[in-house]
Design a protein around this ligand. Structure first.
Ligand code: CA
Length: 707
């Protein structure tokens, strides 16, 4: 980047890129974009802009030049759990949240650490997290940064110094709500939701004064105890519309407190002054347990439009009435104006877990279209007049009492990994997951006070012991990068992926789509055709979405590598590579530019020396009890059938599982709580904990017998 003639903007302008020329003129004519305008080169919002398009106008790195993209620097993070964050970049400084809700500020040009903030999340908070101790990002406003912590705090710091300005608890003491999603700042208010619908949590979203941290309003997404008002912005609409759609014990711990958590997507339309939020699944999953098997259960699995100043309800659209498949409407919400049936409409689009790509009129909330973008078998389409899905009778497993192999499964056809939208190509770029899930009704379900509470028959969650059957499952756990044409309701192109999960997506006016993958590459594709133009071996699976930014005339691409999240934790052997090895997690911030020549440090592979097989053996009844208890609680982090996907220890190979007293110290007493492993002595007896050990050892034998 030494001399003038090599400046990428000029090189690109000579190459005839019309957009590059206009970007150049914009800069040179002194019409400087404001600091939060994507044309400024900053990335100041989670989804880049209020419409959450994740489409950058920067064009120095483009189809013609991307071949010269190289690493400029890398920075190793101090946590090796899942990394899901979208970094913010303001005036050349990168602000990135990591696992355990830490925030790090790095000089964008060099990777030098400017400051760090560790909110010191207690390890016990991990037990309230369904899906790893991840964090997806911060918000920026007037020199301040805002982000949420796993234990439910919202923190404001000075972006220059990292010094705390204020901190508030957004969840009640003892509540199981956790924060992993990024806040948004709208009209001087920090909007934050939370997760926890697998634990037994009631969903809500809150707005805090960005200056003071004072609570401005709160909107609950599901009703509370009948007859009790919250004193919240949601009181009137919950009483009028939502409460009549609920029955039974939904409002207490027996029923699961309803769910509908607002754990990820939001978008804002300044012209219409509407804040859009997506709500999650029902808690507990089974509508029979939650709501006597009846009712739409508003506002589960819905898009809700609110006034950002007051939290006042404007409209809602429910995608899945009476959800019982973990079909959240929390995936990326993107706003665009596009031609539908011959008329330009203000559109809200979403590709939620349930497999349909929705377009709503974002002024009225009216359904414009809903088209399957993946395999769907829970519904025979969406009725265009009523907007309701035609749910198949067999999908209602809690009513039929019969297992239902649902497509998509609970992980969804698309999850939190953000999609992007390019107005230039007219395509949405979606990291699609091919998933299925066996839904069963568990008559023996009882909610535990600790850990996940998923009311499916536990033993049905286990992987088959036969390694050939496991290989078949592993081969089916795949994905694709899908370029979806919403105006025509069809795919423009697809790139198949060999495994899951893959990364969130960035598109650019340089005609590129960037996406990291489960195999450990960051890829650049031609946005029009899907042809791969460039890739980089990141030595680590990547889930987080890349961002692009510009400082001193040079365009950069930054992504955070690192493996983890719900699929990596839970699916165990089903998400390993073809040789049966866990995917690599080397949690690092990586930054690229044209002409970058840095190389990653090579790390020696760690080869674990195999432990001798234990000699003790339990009886079949004990192993069976252990299998049930394991798949009630432990599977969510340690993986199906005691096979870890990588981010946490594989219990089959752990010395702790070989030692009965060490096992009790960890599993009952919680001596490793600071690492996220709480003690379960209040919910499981010592004998039950020992039965879980017997099952884990049995799985070690099963594994060894097949090698
Ligand atoms: Ca969920």
């Amino acid at each position: 980047m030494g001399h003038f003639g090599e400046r990428p903007l000029l090189r690109m302008a000579r190459g005839g890129w019309a957009t590059g020329v206009s970007a150049l003129l914009l800069v040179t004519c002194g019409q400087r974009p404001t600091a939060d305008d994507p044309a400024s080169g900053n990335w100041t919002r989670y989804g880049l802009d209020d419409a959450e398009t994740r489409n950058s106008p920067l064009t120095s790195i483009n189809r013609n030049t991307v071949g010269g993209l190289g690493l400029v620097w890398s920075h190793d993070l101090d946590t090796d759990r899942g990394q899901e964050a979208t970094p913010l970049v303001i005036n050349g400084v990168i602000y990135n949240t990591t696992a355990w809700s830490k925030l790090i500020a790095l000089d964008g040009g060099s990777g030098r650490v400017l400051w760090r903030y560790d909110p010191k999340v207690p390890g016990s908070a991990a037990a309230n997290s369904c899906c790893d101790v991840v964090n997806r990002g911060a918000a920026y406003w007037k020199g301040r940064l805002y982000w949420g912590t796993l234990d439910g705090r919202l923190i404001a710091v000075d972006a220059k110094t990292g010094k705390r300005i204020w901190q508030v608890a957004t969840v009640a003491p003892g509540a199981k709500n956790t924060i992993t999603g990024a806040p948004r700042v709208v009209k001087g208010k920090v909007i934050i939701g939370n997760g926890g619908a697998e634990m037994g949590a009631r969903g809500y979203v809150s707005a805090y004064d960005a200056m003071t941290g004072g609570l401005v309003w709160r909107f609950y997404t599901v009703p509370g105890k009948p007859g009790v008002r919250d004193g919240a912005a949601s009181d009137a609409v919950l009483a009028r519309l939502a409460a009549p759609t609920w029955k039974g014990d939904y409002w207490n711990s027996k029923g699961g407190f309803g769910g509908g958590t607002v754990w990820d997507a939001m978008a804002y339309d300044a012209k219409r002054d509407l804040l859009y939020i997506g709500t999650g699944n029902g808690s507990y999953w089974s509508r029979k347990i939650r709501s006597n098997g009846t009712g739409d259960n508003l506002f589960l699995s819905s898009i809700i439009a609110l006034r950002p100043d007051t939290g006042r309800y404007v409209w809602h659209y429910q995608q899945v009435p009476g959800d019982e498949w973990d079909y959240t409407a929390t995936q990326s919400i993107i706003l665009a104006d596009l031609k539908v049936k011959g008329r330009v409409r203000p559109v809200l689009m979403q590709a939620p877990k349930n497999g349909f790509f929705y377009m709503l009129d974002r002024e009225s909330g009216k359904l414009l279209s809903a088209t399957p973008y993946a395999d769907v078998n829970w519904a025979d389409g969406i009725d265009p007049a009523s907007g309701r899905p035609r749910i198949r009778a067999e999908a209602r497993y809690s009513e039929t009492g019969k297992p239902f192999l649902g497509k998509p499964g609970p992980s969804g056809a698309h999850n939190w990994h953000p999609m992007a939208w390019s107005a230039r190509t007219g395509l949405a770029y979606i990291p699609v997951q091919h998933t299925a899930g066996l839904y069963t009704s568990d008559p023996g379900f009882r909610a535990n006070a600790l850990g996940v509470n998923v009311p499916l028959r536990p033993a049905t969650l286990a992987l088959p012991d036969d390694p050939a059957a496991r290989r078949v499952i592993r081969a089916g756990v795949t994905g694709e990068l899908l370029a979806w044409d919403p105006a025509r309701g069809r795919a423009a192109w697809r790139v198949q992926k060999s495994c899951l999960p893959n990364g969130g997506v960035l598109s650019t006016d340089g005609g590129l789509v960037f996406e990291g993958d489960c195999e450990g590459y960051l890829n650049a594709y031609d946005a029009a055709t899907g042809r791969r133009l460039w890739r980089f071996d990141a030595q680590s699976a990547i889930m987080a979405p890349p961002v692009t930014w510009q400082a001193d005339g040079r365009q950069y691409v930054t992504v955070v590598a690192g493996w983890g999240g719900s699929l990596a934790l839970m699916l165990g052997d089903a998400v390993k590579d073809a040789a049966g090895r866990a995917r690599l997690n080397r949690s690092r911030v990586l930054t690229f530019a044209l002409g970058g020549r840095a190389v990653l440090p090579r790390r020696a592979e760690v080869i674990a020396s195999p432990l001798p097989l234990p000699t003790e053996a339990a009886d079949a009844a004990t192993i069976s009890l252990g299998k049930t208890l394991y798949h009630r609680t432990c599977f969510a982090c340690h993986g199906l059938s005691a096979s870890s996907g990588g981010p946490v220890p594989d219990l089959r190979l752990s010395p702790v599982s070989r030692d009965a007293s060490a096992w009790q110290a960890v599993v009952s007493q919680g001596v490793l709580v600071q690492r996220g492993m709480i003690g379960f002595s209040t919910v499981y007896s010592r004998a039950e904990v020992e039965a879980i050990r017997a099952y884990v050892l049995h799985q070690a034998w099963v594994d060894a017998a097949h090698q």
